[in-house]
Design a binder for this molecule. Structure first.
Ligand code: NI
Length: 392
């Protein structure tokens, strides 16, 4: 049976499910009710649940009638610590928590992909793993899947997934071959000087002026050290030091993020941040320490899988609805912990905006963003069709 017909038959139910999840958002690592709901629904759909010891999140397994490859479909399920301001009748009922990144849509799409594929299991040559990943927003969820040994359940031959994209219209998908999003590292800098009276700098080592030099010097890493054709961003997003106009403080703290698409540039820039920070402080009689929280690698989409998604989408959507995304984003996505390390993979963009409602264009992580629910059927259909083709 035609994939789009199968999906359209579920569309009203999907919308209700999405609204329920939207109204009941849960923060990273606290997705207990969402996890319970997913487990109940998967069981109802005849999908086996692999108990790998996740605190939240679910790994579902569907074995096709015939032996074959394993496809892992991964979506994230967590919400953000922000207040929803959409005014929708099904807006968040949990104060200060909101599905403003569309993971309610992702969860729903994966649930109905599982439901539809389960009904088609007699035609499948191989297996599908449904990875309902917790805690994407704090970057820890994919690592939890790895730590719990998701690949011991079945070894995936390919990974696919999607993320909503408000810039694209509902009804469309976007495909990006190769590097799609950046690595993300966080750093904290503590500059220590010697505090004292603001009128007597000769008795002090001023960490504020040292920090100002460090901050300025750090700007030369992207502009003077990094190869100009390798995209990179270095943002210092916080700086704190001092309390009074006439007091030189003892220390200053700064925090920033480093983004890159290339492993080599990433390493070189990490080393440059260490070198410049420490030596700049030393040159000015102070001390500085850098502490790192090195995060996810860049997300690099696999060409054959991107082509497979395109071929699947061509069976379902008009040609104009399949967009090629030219530029990578310097945002990040923790799906990159799973592929290519555990097999090749690709993530595509799912349009969820429209021209008639400007509230669909505020963007992700915006408390006013409204998602066009027309995207639910499209995302589900593309994933189901890709799985049917991959395991055909
Ligand atoms: Ni997201």
């Amino acid at each position: 049976m035609d994939t789009m017909e199968l999906v359209k038959a579920q569309e009203q139910e999907m919308i209700q499910m999405r609204r329920h999840i939207h109204q009941n958002p849960e923060l990273s690592n606290q997705e207990f009710q969402t996890t319970k709901l997913i487990q109940e629904k998967l069981t109802e759909y005849g999908i086996e649940i692999a108990d790998i010891g996740l605190k939240t999140g679910v790994v579902g397994v569907l074995k096709g009638r015939f032996p074959g490859k394993t496809l892992a479909i991964r979506e994230d399920i967590d919400a953000l610590p922000m207040k929803e301001l959409t005014g929708l009748p099904f807006a968040s009922a949990s104060d200060g928590v909101c599905h403003s990144c569309g993971h309610d849509i992702h969860t729903t799409v994966l649930l109905y992909t599982a439901k539809i594929l389960s009904a088609l299991k007699d035609e499948l040559h191989g297996n599908v793993m449904f990875l309902f990943q917790p805690a994407e927003e704090n970057g820890s969820g994919a690592k939890q899947l790895i730590d719990c040994g998701f690949d011991q359940v079945l070894k995936p031959d390919a990974f696919v997934g999607l993320h909503v994209a408000p810039k694209l219209n509902a009804g469309c998908i976007g495909l990006k071959d190769g590097p799609a999003s950046a690595s993300s590292d966080m750093f904290q800098i503590r500059v220590t000087g010697k505090g004292g009276h603001g009128a007597h700098p000769e008795n002090c080592v001023d960490p504020i002026i040292i920090s100002a030099y460090i901050l300025t010097q750090l700007q030369t890493i992207v502009s003077r050290e990094n190869h100009p054709i390798h995209p990179a961003v270095l943002t210092v997003g916080s700086i704190h030091g001092g309390q009074a106009n006439n007091v030189i403080p003892d220390y200053v703290e700064m925090g920033g993020t480093l983004r890159s698409l290339e492993p080599e540039s990433r390493q070189a820039m990490q080393a440059a941040i260490d070198r410049i920070t420490v030596s700049c402080a030393e040159a000015m009689r102070g001390k500085a320490e850098v502490s790192w929280n090195k995060g996810m690698p860049p997300l690099v989409n696999d060409t054959p899988i991107v082509n497979g998604i395109r071929a699947a989408a061509q069976k379902l959507l008009p040609a104009g609805a399949i967009k090629t995304i030219a530029d990578p984003s310097l945002g990040s996505e923790d799906f990159s912990y799973l592929f290519p390390t555990y097999g090749p993979g690709a993530q595509f963009s799912l349009g969820c905006g429209n021209d008639s409602d400007p509230n669909t264009r505020h963007g992700l992580h915006n408390s006013k963003n409204v998602f066009d629910e027309g995207c639910l059927a499209v995302g589900t259909a593309v994933l189901v069709q890709y799985a049917r083709d991959f395991l055909g």
